[in-house]
Design a protein around this ligand. Sequence first.
Ligand code: FES
Length: 105
Amino acid sequence: MPKLTIVNRAGDEKSVDARAGVSVMEVIRDNGFDELLALCGGCCSCATCHVYVDEEWTGVVGAAGEDENDLLDSSDHRGERSRLSCQIMMTADLDGLRVAIAPQD
Ligand code: FES
């Protein structure tokens, strides 16, 4: 089972098991990180699931899609490593992925 490391807003991190085919947002929520609001439930319409992907993983995770990109533009905290975690599906290739929860807008 791929591992995902999550860093919360306080800088604390935790590595958790993540089933392949489940979004990074769902893994974060299922592991008790309630600071990730994910208000739209993963429909790519709220941007409250914003995370920063560790630099070494950005190439593997890939770029944001068009809708995701537009939503990220609405965030004051957008950076080069920004992604919406509901749009990243866990796969075996992402074993060891590390993401940090972005500040709340
Ligand atoms: S949960 Fe709303 S955009 Fe990701």
